[in-house]
Design a protein around this ligand. Structure first.
Ligand code: ADP
Ligand code: MG
Length: 720
């Protein structure tokens, strides 16, 4: 039976049940999925060197890179079993300039492969021992007269039970038998305008590039296609939410509220409040995001919005991601709103059943503002007059959540607040067509937090510095990555020669070898208390603690009873302790730049000079450069732009990595900074297309509509 694009992989030659399930774990079910499983990188095996050249290069100190050599086996290999479970196959091979000694461990079947006179292309890391050049377990390809060996070889993301060789073979078969059936997804005029190659060419070249140039063309086309579909999807999601509503709120005088504040609003705050108040009056459901760096004063803008709703006779729900934050909001907002005659309640999970019942009754009988966690939405609370929902610190790509909310209340207005600094150029992708208000101006008098990047050798000085801050009456945060958050750390470096390569045309940002071991947060906190600062109060908060316990510790810290607070990233969002002047982040290379920037925002909130120390033993160039960005800049948006340039847009589109962690790859091809310009082009084209065919109903757009649907499905399932 001939293969079609929709054939299940199980009908392919060489795919039994085990392989089929290994493939399924990579999301590969059909022949088409195989073709869409893009390489994660490439080995450049075409640059062949002689034995003499490689020897010279190692002598000159350049032995790190894997090399290709064309060599002839000079004598039959020797095979020895050294001890149980360990065998060695050894032989010499030569070219016109010299001899190389080649060794394989535990691969006895290679005895049938290497014989005197056999010619191979070897690829691996060479070493020099004395005057002898050696290769250990190199990749080998036989040289066959009628076949030229490819210069650029793809490297795929694998699953247990699959090798590079097997997966590459399957993809090759899929290309041979099904490539002719591939139909184009992009409109012809878009391809012509943007100089993009066809899908068929792109899929062939992404897996088997003739040269670097065709690889780049293929990549460009596939990345464009991905962004283009993403743009169409976001626009469609937004079109559904742009609905009329009967919830109209009159613009009202905010002076009674504002006169109770001890400060003037900044220009940016005033502008945002006006934008929101115009939205609330318009008779179209508001779907707005308020973006502002940590400390830019989002809370008071939320207060103004809640005030407008309440004075118009509507209820407002304010949701925070954690109880700590909800409680903090309540502390700040309740007195302010109550003093304006607005009934405000705090609903948290740690209340007793009786207290909850009482609060539910209050909400049903008309409390104006209800503050709580996201549980507010799911907890079966009925809001008789809900008019506005405010969501604080929304980190995630919220398409699915927003849809859930929309079902909660008829025509309810939505305001989302976020401190995650998404670069301006990406806001369309990240927020769809959400209206955006930006707090791009800090309240006056904000100080700059001095930032340092240090390694372990500074440990003693760091402890002395902590002590000095505390002697001066201040408090210190120490943040450690939590082990559970980093499943990557368990992955061992592979010994498989096929995988050795890591020599990728597209450099992987943090290769595993660059990552220093994690500081185990619990033990670390204990050590600090017992050995380093026995006379101080050290406390520990982590994500697995009971909420009440966590809240109690945070409150004690806020009251100044704790000197050093060690935590995993639970303190990341919103917490306000002005007396804390030093933020230390351990294993800083583990955090995203935006996250580090937010952590740093926990200090510098009072009058005293504040500091941030990023501790990292990462040696990798990219890791160092990323941390350096933070040292140099205090501007969240500038940091986001830099991060984008260093990592490419993929991570951002994954909503701070959450999509990626869940295993869906929106952009399977390693993202590059050049993709940025491409993104803009794709968005322009998506908008233009939607102008002519807003719902993609034209027959020529059917394939596109399917692509958009399947992308939405992929996203929604990853989020749920
Ligand atoms: P975030 O945007 O991080 O949520 P907050 O709303 O918590 O920031 O505000 C941070 C601090 O700045 C608060 O202590 C708040 O009272 C103060 N603040 C907000 N707006 C102003 C302003 N216009 N002038 C002075 N201080 C302000
Ligand atoms: Mg806040």
């Amino acid at each position: 039976m001939p293969l079609t694009l929709s054939s299940p992989v199980s009908v392919m030659r060489g795919v039994g049940e085990a392989r089929a399930s290994a493939l399924a774990s990579l999301g590969i079910l059909t022949v088409q999925d195989l073709l869409r499983h893009y390489p994660r990188g490439y080995q450049c095996r075409g640059d062949v060197r002689t034995v003499a050249e490689v020897t010279d290069r190692i002598r000159a100190g350049g032995g790190e890179m894997p090399v290709s050599m064309l060599l002839t086996v000079s004598a039959e290999p020797t095979y020895r079993v050294i001890r149980r479970g360990m065998s060695v196959l050894k032989f010499r091979a030569f070219d016109a300039t010299g001899v190389c000694e080649i060794t394989y461990f535990n691969q006895s079947y290679l005895r049938d492969v290497f014989h005197t006179g056999g010619e191979f292309r070897f690829f691996g890391r060479a070493t020099l021992e004395g005057r002898t050049l050696k290769l250990s377990s190199p990749i080998h390809e036989p040289i066959i007269p009628e076949r030229t060996l490819p210069a650029i070889v793809p490297v795929y993301r694998l699953a247990a039970g699959l090798s590079q060789k097997v997966l590459a073979g399957l993809i090759r078969d899929a290309l041979t038998s099904a490539a002719a059936q591939i139909s184009e997804t992009l409109p012809t005029d878009v391809m012509a305008r943007r100089g993009l190659c066809t899908l068929s060419y792109a899929l062939r070249s992404i897996h088997a590039p003739a040269d670097a140039d065709s690889l780049l063309r293929a990549r460009r086309r596939l990345v464009f296609e991905e962004y283009f579909s993403l743009g169409l999807m976001m626009a469609a999601a937004n079109a559904q939410t742009n609905t009329e509503t009967s919830v109209r709120m009159q613009q009202i005088d905010l002076a009674p509220l504002l006169s109770r504040l001890p400060y003037e609003l900044t220009g940016a705050q005033k502008r945002s409040v006006l934008e929101i108040s115009a939205d609330l009056a318009a008779g179209v459901r508001m779907n707005r995001i308020l973006l502002g760096d940590v400390g830019s004063g989002k809370t008071v803008v939320a207060a103004a919005a809640a005030y407008i709703a309440a004075k118009n006779g509507y209820q407002c729900a304010i949701m925070a991601p954690t109880e700590i934050l909800a409680t903090q909001h309540a502390r700040e907002l309740t007195p302010l709103l109550e003093s304006c005659g607005i009934r405000t309640v705090l609903l948290t999970g740690s209340l007793s059943a009786a207290q909850k019942r009482k609060l539910h009754a209050e909400i049903e009988s008309g409390a104006d503002v209800v503050i709580g966690t996201h549980a507010l939405i799911s907890a079966g609370v009925t809001f008789p007059r809900l008019g506005l929902v405010i969501e604080d610190e929304q980190h995630r790509f919220g398409v699915a959540q927003r849809a859930a909310l929309a079902e909660k209340g008829e025509g309810v207005h939505m305001l989302t607040m976020s401190a995650t600094p998404i670069p301006r150029s990406l806001s369309l992708v990240a927020y769809g067509g959400l209206a955006v208000s930006r707090l791009d101006e800090m309240p006056p008098g904000r100080q700059k937090v001095d930032t340092f990047v240090v390694d372990e050798s500074y440990r003693d000085r760091l402890y002395a510095f902590i002590r000095r801050q505390i002697d001066d009456g201040h408090q210190v945060y120490i943040v450690c990555p939590s082990v559970e958050e980093n499943p990557e750390s368990k992955k061992k470096r592979t010994e498989d020669p096929e995988e050795l390569a890591d020599f990728l045309l597209t450099e992987e940002t943090d290769s595993l070898s660059e990552k220093p071991p994690l500081k185990a947060a619990v033990e670390y906190a204990a050590k600090l208390q017992n050995e380093v600062f026995p006379d101080l109060t050290v406390a520990f908060v982590h994500g697995k603690m009971k909420t009440a316990e966590k809240d109690r510790t945070m409150r004690t810290f806020a009251e100044g009873e704790i000197d050093v607070l060690v935590s995993t990233t639970v303190i990341e969002v919103g917490v306000n302790v002005p007396n804390a002047t030093l933020m230390i982040v351990e294993n800083a290379e583990r955090f995203g730049l935006a996250q580090l920037h937010q952590l740093r925002g926990r200090v510098g909130r009072g009058k005293a000079k504040s500091y941030c120390v990023l501790v990292s033993d990462a040696k990798g160039e990219t890791a160092r450069r990323r941390l350096d960005v933070l040292r140099k800049s205090n501007d969240g948006f500038a940091i986001a732009e830099e991060d984008l340039a260093l990592r490419g847009p993929g991570e951002f589109i994954g909503g701070g990595g959450s999509v990626r962690q869940h295993g869906a790859n929106l952009l399977p091809i390693p993202a590059e900074s050049g993709d940025f310009a491409l993104l803009g082009e794709a968005m322009d084209e998506a908008r233009a297309l939607l102008d002519t065919d807003p719902t993609l109903q034209m027959p020529e757009h059917e394939i596109l509509r399917e692509a958009v649907d399947s992308m939405r499905e992929k996203l929604t399932t990853t989020l749920n």
